[in-house]
Design a protein around this ligand. Sequence first.
Ligand code: CP
Length: 323
Amino acid sequence: MRIFQNVDDLGNLREALDEAFAIQKDRFQFQSLGKNRTALLIFFNNSLRTRLSTQKAAMNLGMNVIVLDVNQGAWKLETEHGVVMDGDKSEHLLEAIPVMASYCDIIGVRSFARFESRDYDYNEVILNQFIQYSGRPVFFMESATVHPLQAFADLITIEQYKKEDRPKVVMSWAPHPKALPQAVPNSFAQWMNAADVDFVVTHPKGYELDPRFVGDARVEYDQMKAFEGADFVYAKNWSCPGVTRPDDYGRVLEDYNKFLDWTVSGRQMGVTNDAFFMHCLPVRRNMIVTDDVIEAPTSLVIPEAANREISATVVLKRMLQSL
Ligand code: CP
């Protein structure tokens, strides 16, 4: 595997899940695979889970790991082509990428949506430059539009905890004071569409996800109706994806205070099939979800985060095997 961006990059999903559960049982079984290999993890944005779980995954495989926080200690990078570099950016990404690649075998990149242009974000300009100019396998550690390591961990978690063969999984928009990217909901929708689940998305009108991710998933605008009989509830905020109105891309369409009834609480969880609660974290309590729901025995947020190590180990293992 040379690129990890979308669910299809894994090939057969059942085989990938079986591999994940085998690694969960013994995460050090491929220690020799990464000997004298180096993973470079590049962060343009903050992280707790992705940083730690991916480092741990690389160490599980016997790799060396270098972590670079681009905005702390490195030269400020210009990412646009053709600009006169007379500002505060000292180095161009087009030199920095091959230089960074010369020190490693596999590259992971985190670079969030900028919300300046929908086309720029949805064309994945930054990550595609890493793919084009590094000559190395590249995996997405949350880009402008996708977060596949998270979605893979989410699917592993659902498979691990499901009580029905084909569980009902509901992804619900929830209020948030700031504009957040669509990477997590895009990937979650893409992966749920590929998995054997009954998938429903619920959000207020105006927050429709890009069709290339939401596909033919059922969209239900009535949150309570969507939650009925759910086995898993996946809460997440996202800003306007700008599908029907590109000018609204990246905006919080209305004051979040008007949507506080979308906060996942006992009211909605009460109509589910005793559903498990999931969120990728970090989460704003009593905004996205109430304390009692996230602290309940049915909350999976911690095992879900722990499974980030498993998803990253599978992905790095497959990339090492492609070298
Ligand atoms: N869920 C997730 O990607 O967490 P971090 O932003 O802390 O890496």
